[in-house]
Design a binder for this molecule. Structure first.
Ligand code: NAX
Ligand code: ADP
Ligand code: K
Length: 516
């Protein structure tokens, strides 16, 4: 995971605007923030130009404060003797507030961005739109961005975006019409959700976050609920084995196997639960699959449990504190009944992890699952991929709000968690974890090699393993997603699901080395 670490909180564009406002109200001049923002951009540009021995910079400025940052950066770069051109979407004398002040600090020529050329340019700074982008881009602005992206493609020259590539929605990561393809993005104070959510993340290039004089105590008023999924967000909730501990102190997870011809998935989950740190893991198998499972297990224990009655009998052992089911389970009423048994009210606060077929089985009856989760005494974690999410939460099909703003994967996950009353891990390249109380995390980066059969089954097991140890459920779900990605990162190219399990100790070592 080469990106980050980033500051922990992620903001919406509205929250970022509030952070700016609160800072300005506290007595810091808007222009002072802009000078610092521009200095960070100029430093990034200089580093790039020195590396490539480039001298000619084109700054594209928009109508708001993002454009303002651009004018100031242009001035700083010219003072460093780079050859700087500025091209603007609107004439500088039509700007307002700090942007106008910033534009007047540039005493060079201002070209019309609609017709400007990129001849001989070594680097473009994209200062068209930042967090104030309010609607889809079209007309000459859209044409300019398409021309800019084509120039980058053709010449292999680079683009640095100020705050966010223009056209990317900072809150949702959606592309509003068209968007700049940047090589590097310098944002301020905190990342915005749209920097990590797809497709926005793919437009940012490398992301860095500069401090511009906004104090972190503004966050006490803003109360962000979304976090970068990095150890800083949950490391202090992690349970490590204690010197006087024993295996039962680390919990006992039960994973339910499918029938004789579908046993591999649950075995992956079971072994991952053990590597995830559960003290004991039992694979509960139907009798018909016993002979298939038995020779394939060593540290994972095996018990026969046929149907709901068999599972109930197994769960009479109160020390079995987590049940995970779904991988290879089969879709249908039999699986619904097993899920309901796992979730059934009992004096213990047993945790339940539902994945794959355990979710799809309720596609036609999500209310039935909602009821069972409501009655469940312990925490419940659902781990859908895109298809499973769509099947289970098909009511949430709207892509935009009435005002036209895109609804993000983050908001859909948060709504789903609230609606169903469980922690939801919405998997994919930008995995989002959301809790019913509104907290959410987004993974900054994961190896695309994770898109391999059985990889999700491993994640299910890691979640179960962490829950077995009594880790707080939202933290456990986020930590599992991070460990899964860290293990894949450690292995590198050519990974299959079994390799993720083998590399979990490397993820543990990284975590153990970080002080809470
Ligand atoms: N004082 C501040 O508030 C600071 C702001 N900063 C910079 O300011 C940016 C935010 O500034 P603004 O809020 O002015 O917003 P932007 O500069 O991102 O854009 C807002 C302007 O674009 C117009 N606009 C929005 N969507 C459009 C569309 N689709 N087509 C055409 N025009 C459109 C709006 O009417 C407005 O004029 C940040 O991204 C950051 O770069 C930084 O300098 C730090 C300090
Ligand atoms: N392109 C990708 N980049 C990074 N991670 C991915 C990508 N595609 C899938 N993943 C991750 O791989 C896992 C796949 O899970 P899932 O779709 O359930 O697979 P399976 O059912 O085969 O186990 C999830 O953790 C998901 O987040
Ligand atoms: K920009």
């Amino acid at each position: 995971m080469p990106l980050g670490p980033y500051p922990p909180e992620l903001l919406t564009t509205a929250q970022m605007a509030r952070a700016d406002r609160l800072t300005i109200e506290s007595g810091v001049a808007g222009m002072a923030l802009m000078e610092k923002a521009a200095a960070a951009i100029a430093a990034a540009a200089t580093a790039f130009l020195v590396k490539t021995a480039g001298r000619r910079v084109l700054v594209l400025c928009g109508p708001g404060n993002n454009g303002g940052d651009g004018y100031v950066a242009a001035r700083i770069l010219r003072s460093q003797r780079f050859k700087v051109r500025v091209a603007a979407l609107t004439p500088p004398d039509t700007l307002h507030g700090d942007a106008r002040l910033a534009a007047t600090s540039w005493d060079g020529r201002v070209e019309d961005a609609a017709t400007c050329d990129f001849k001989g340019v070594d680097l473009v700074i994209d200062a068209l739109f930042g967090t104030g982008l309010a609607r889809d881009l079209d007309g000459p602005t859209a044409e300019l961005i398409l021309r800019l992206n084509a120039w980058r493609e053709e010449t292999k020259q680079k683009i640095i975006a100020i705050d966010i590539p223009s056209g990317v929605d900072g809150t949702s990561g959606a592309i509003r019409g068209v968007a700049v393809q940047a090589d590097s993005t310098v944002t301020f104070f905190r990342l915005k959700c749209g920097h990590l959510l797809l497709p926005g993340r793919l437009r940012c290039g490398t992301i860095s976050c500069a401090h511009i004089g906004i104090r972190s105590n503004v966050l006490e008023k803003i109360q962000p609920q979304t976090f970068v999924n990095e150890p800083a967000a949950w490391r202090d909730a992690l349970r490590l084995p204690s010197v006087e501990g024993h295996k039962y102190a680390r919990g006992h997870a039960v994973v339910i196997s499918g029938g004789a011809s579908h046993t591999g998935a649950a075995r992956l989950s079971a072994l991952a639960a053990l590597r995830g740190g559960a003290g004991l893991v039992t694979l509960a198998t139907p009798q018909e699959a016993f002979a298939v499972n038995a020779p394939a297990l060593t540290a994972v224990m095996l018990r026969v449990a046929d149907g709901p009655a068999g599972l109930s009998a197994l769960l009479e052992d109160k020390r079995k504190n987590v049940v995970a089911l779904g991988p290879g389970l089969g879709v249908g009423e039999a699986s619904c009944a097993l899920v309901e048994t796992a979730l059934a009210p009992s004096p213990e606060r047993r945790a339940v992890v539902l994945d794959a077929d355990a979710l799809t089985s309720f596609a036609l009856a999500p209310d039935r699952l909602r009821e069972a989760i409501r009655a469940a005494p312990g925490p419940v974690v659902l781990t859908p991929h895109g298809g499973e999410f769509a099947r289970l939460f098909h009511g949430q099909r709207w892509e935009r709000t009435i005002s036209g703003a895109p609804i993000s994967k983050l908001e859909r996950t948060r709504d789903a968690a609230r609606d169903i009353g469980a922690i939801v891990i919405f998997k994919g390249p930008d995995t989002v974890v959301a809790a019913p109380d509104g907290r959410a995390s987004i993974l900054a980066e994961a190896s695309p090699w994770l898109a391999t059969a059985g990889s999700g089954d491993v994640l299910t097991g890691i979640v179960a393993g962490l829950l077995a140890q009594g880790m707080e459920p939202f933290a456990a779900a986020s930590c599992a997603v991070w460990m899964h990605a860290a293990a894949a990162d450690d292995f590198g190219a050519g990974l299959i699901a079994d390799d993720i399990i083998d590399r979990l100790p490397a993820a543990w070592r990284r975590l153990v080395s970080i002080q809470p």
